[in-house]
Write a protein that binds this ligand. Sequence first.
Ligand code: SF4
Ligand code: SF4
Length: 414
Amino acid sequence: MRQRFQILNDPRFRLVYDEKRRFFEGPDPATLRLNIEHFKVADGIKKKTRVFPGMLLATHASLDKGDLHSPIYGIVSDINARSIFVDAVKREADDPVLEPRDFLEEGREGEELRWQMKEMGVNMRSLGQKVKTLIINGLNPDPGVTWAESILQTHANNLRHGMELQRRLTRADRIILAVPKGSTVSYDGVDIVYVEPEYPNSVNSVLIREVTGEENPPDIGAVGLHNLWSLGRVGTSGYPLMETVVTVGSATQWKNYIVKNGTSVGQLLTHAKVELNEGDTLLRGGPLRGECLDRLDRSISKGTVGLFVVEAGTVPPMEGHSPCVNCGACVQVCPAHLNPSTLSRYAEFANYNVCFQEHSPLCVECGLCGYVCIARRPVLQYIRLANAKIKQMQEFVYVDTEENASDETTEAKK
Ligand code: SF4
Ligand code: SF4
């Protein structure tokens, strides 16, 4: 595989850190900002509503997004199209308290359990896949993210609950746990496979290829450890999912925190004693696949895996209009065998149809093309833009076709 010659043995792409500490608690925020884009605000939730931990705030129609619950006692201070804001208050004697549930005892399975876990706040896109073999991706997702070893080594109870719920969710004949070569973890009744802990093997589609030796084999899926931890968190606590595990990192330190959904990145940095200086870049997500943030009041959500400060001057900035110099480095590293150079140029000039013809939706968003680009082009960002536009166009065509179909049905009824 061509890309491996480029980055093999580069220590920056190793995905093991010998990190086996339990997680630190995140801050107790004075205010939360919870993202509700495409959610429906729950009945009775409005400005000045008093809320308590686990109270339902908003629901999402799709299984992809878990419903939203308050992680704290508080008062709803504002609601707009994008966010619910909650100000923390002290608990009072007559505040309601949610009783924990035992989901294993309740005994649901399959689709019924999938909806139950979604209602408990878990994002279920990859957790309920109908495949014959399901691979649990036990690698840290990005270089710099360090929680995977801790979850595998010290959160065994949480992980066992997650795997048991996963077993009941999926109809997979076989569940495999993929861990870094050299790992000594074992779980009763779970087959373990060992993979080279080197980026981009942690990207699900690349991991499947590493484990099976095949490109896009049928009936095999992968689910990330972060997602499984979230499922196990609901299983062990009996409460809705209201938090996430986040690696907070800088050049000098990293630590893993359990952070309440809606906590601002500014509050988390202060809590972690990570300083942000003039010219630094702040990334939400992993260092290779994360998004740049321009404001400290952006918040951590249930899917956030990391928060990183990249010190000014350590990485040359991306240049939006910097021309491609045809060096070919991005083509060599692309694990999806795409041509990121031409795709980014088509996207730059809004030729999204050509991007589609050139298979841009097969991009696995590993970010390596942008990393190696000597012209510092935002290659991944261009490809993400193209794929978002393609998705919009496809949804438009779908809606249009549906509407035409219903018009025809109406006509036919007349
Ligand atoms: S981000 Fe996409 S296009 Fe770029 S190297 Fe990764 S898979 Fe290839
Ligand atoms: S790495 Fe950058 S400069 Fe080189 S071919 Fe790709 S887009 Fe062009």
